[in-house]
Design a protein around this ligand. Structure first.
Ligand SMILES: [Zn+2]
Length: 114
């Protein structure tokens, strides 16, 4: 059994399109890498028009971005849960302010203390 080819990343990062294409055509391992990249860019194409047409729907977009981040980095949800700020951003679209929690606030968003 021969070792998996690791040239794809190097060619993708440092090579040009021609050398990458040439190598992908002659290398099965890198063909697989190319397929994964194609799938990712397909998914990105699906999200992009969605972002343009439904800008107000931030929650779903951010959820999609979170899914991408998880897919790309291999990060688990457990790691995100460690960071309360990020998990709240994902769940509610924006980081919650004091007002969102139902506290009485003045026009500057500061808590009103009696
Ligand atoms: Zn290769």
């Amino acid at each position: 059994m021969k070792e998996k080819c690791t040239k794809y990343e190097a060619l993708f990062t440092f090579g040009n399109d021609e050398t990458l294409k040439e190598h992908v055509n002659s290398c099965k391992d890198c063909q697989k890498e190319q397929e994964v990249m194609d799938k990712v860019s397909e998914l990105l194409k699906e999200v992009r028009p969605y972002y343009k047409s439904k800008r107000h729907n931030v929650v779903k977009l951010k959820a999609a971005c979170a899914v991408f981040a998880i897919l790309l980095s291999g990060t688990t949800l457990g790691v995100i849960n460690l960071n309360t700020d990020i998990s709240e951003t994902i769940k509610y679209g924006t980081t919650l302010s004091a007002e969102d929690y139902g506290f009485p606030v003045d026009s500057y968003g500061f808590l009103m203390v009696e």
